[in-house]
Design a protein. Structure first.
Length: 430
């Protein structure tokens, strides 16, 4: 019929594979399930108009309770693995501090990397030229100070974590944290005191805290605003003196829809409730196959694979996840145990730790984080990577495919030609 519109049998989709690179993948249209995106919430139209008065009120309240002569201020910000509006926030914050005669020279920005050894600078040059900037290093004992031990609630009395934190932050008169709030398997929701633990804590603290956290059932922590892991984070934040948080909930475009300023233990809950609403998608359908890209900043499998926790809510039991990740920095720099032992089952991880074979509790926790999801979902994961070879991925517990097309062909042979497909070109945002 003349002029009839013909829908192409295949569509080409660009997927982020990390390191700033993308690949084009041909997807059969008839198999594609297009899940509704998260409900759209408009962003804050003018961040300064909302943030400035809230900051002024919070700083004024803080100074009335803790006035110091020539005070020092530590401002904690996330690293480049997060997409928070850090620079815009810092400009507004510095302007507000100046109103109270706290000059930029008395402000230090600490990049709260947690255990991350990767990432690029997050502070614009026009800001870093005015203030000092320090990147936290959880492994540098000279940067840390010991504050005592904290018990893990509801566990054996011997379940304690040694609290090592950044010495510069501990010495500061005032501590302000910036971050965003979203669902998180290990802590319920991010944000609030998470900028302290793990943000500026020591390796021994983070490792023990994460590892003991696996003693809590998934349903006690995941998507729970109040949970024992958050309880410990708040205790450590109180020990170091976290005064104010600036927390965002980002909409589906990655822009702030909500901003809260104030006590890390009060306003954070408001943001977490907003995040619970933002990230709930009841209309989402599970599929047989899920093709995942990864964040542009991801350069290791350690980073790219973290999103596999989110696959549980997207794949049918026994489904197949296809992870497209270049991984130019290979598996897990700084954690050779991940490559050595691979993503073994949760019971095997516990046995390795108990036997003293797997000594790094951070590596053990990361392995557990991935293996728990794969075990619960009973799904298979195929990794397509230019820099990780088949023998390495097989040892890790993944299947290898040299191209996305070969991975997809394998999945069709497994699930049938009518198998449903879902796409996450930039990875899972959860």
């Amino acid at each position: 019929m003349s002029g009839e519109f013909h829908r192409p049998e295949f569509i080409n989709i660009n997927f982020s594979v990390g390191g700033g690179y993308k690949v084009k993948v041909k997807i059969p249209r008839q198999n594609l399930v297009v899940n509704p995106r998260r409900r759209y919430h408009p962003c804050v139209p003018n961040l300064k108009e909302v943030l400035e008065p809230a900051l002024v009120a919070s700083i004024q309240s803080l100074l009335s309770k803790k006035r110091r002569r020539a005070p020092t201020v530590a401002v904690l910000v996330p690293d480049s693995t997060r997409q928070d509006p850090v620079n815009e926030t810092l400009k507004i914050l510095l302007s507000c501090l100046t109103r109270f005669r706290i000059s930029p020279q008395r402000v230090c920005v600490v990049i709260a990397t947690g255990t991350h050894t990767f990432g690029t600078p997050v502070i614009d040059e026009d800001i870093s030229n005015k203030i000092s900037t320090v990147k936290h290093n959880c492994r540098d004992q000279t940067q840390l100070v010991f504050l005592g031990n904290v018990r893990m609630p509801d566990l054996d009395k011997s379940a304690r974590i040694p609290v090592w934190v950044n010495k510069m932050v501990w010495k500061a008169n005032y501590v302000i944290g910036i971050g965003s709030v979203r669902p998180h398997r290990a802590v319920g929701y991010s944000g609030g005191s998470k900028i302290i633990l793990p943000g500026i804590s020591g390796e021994a603290t983070i490792g023990m805290w994460h590892w003991l956290g696996w003693e809590y059932p998934r349903e006690v922590v995941h998507n729970k605003i109040c949970n024992p892991m958050r309880n410990v984070m708040d205790k450590v934040a109180e020990m170091i003196g976290l005064d104010i948080v600036i927390n965002y909930v980002l909409n589906r475009e990655g822009l702030p829809r909500t901003v809260v300023v104030g006590s890390p233990y009060i306003v954070w809950k408001e943001a977490a409730q907003g995040a619970a609403e933002e990230y709930t998608n009841p209309m989402c359908k599970r599929t047989d196959i899920l093709i995942l890209g990864c964040k542009a900043s991801a350069t290791t499998l350690y980073e790219a694979a973290a999103q596999l926790q989110g696959v549980l809510h997207l794949l049918k039991q026994g489904g197949t996840a296809i992870l497209l990740a270049d991984c130019p920095n290979r598996v897990a720099p700084g954690y050779p145990e991940v490559a050595r032992f691979g993503y073994v089952t949760p019971s095997e991880v516990r046995s390795l730790v108990a036997a003293g074979k797997l000594k790094s509790l951070l590596a053990a926790s990361h392995i557990m984080y991935i293996s728990e999801a794969i075990s619960l979902g009973r799904y298979e994961c195929i990794v397509v990577s230019r820099h990780l070879k088949e023998n390495i991925l097989k040892k890790l517990g993944f299947k290898y495919a040299p191209t996305p097309e070969e991975a997809l062909n394998y999945a069709f042979r497994k699930h049938g030609t009518e198998a449903s497909i879902q796409l996450m070109p930039h990875g899972i945002d959860f």
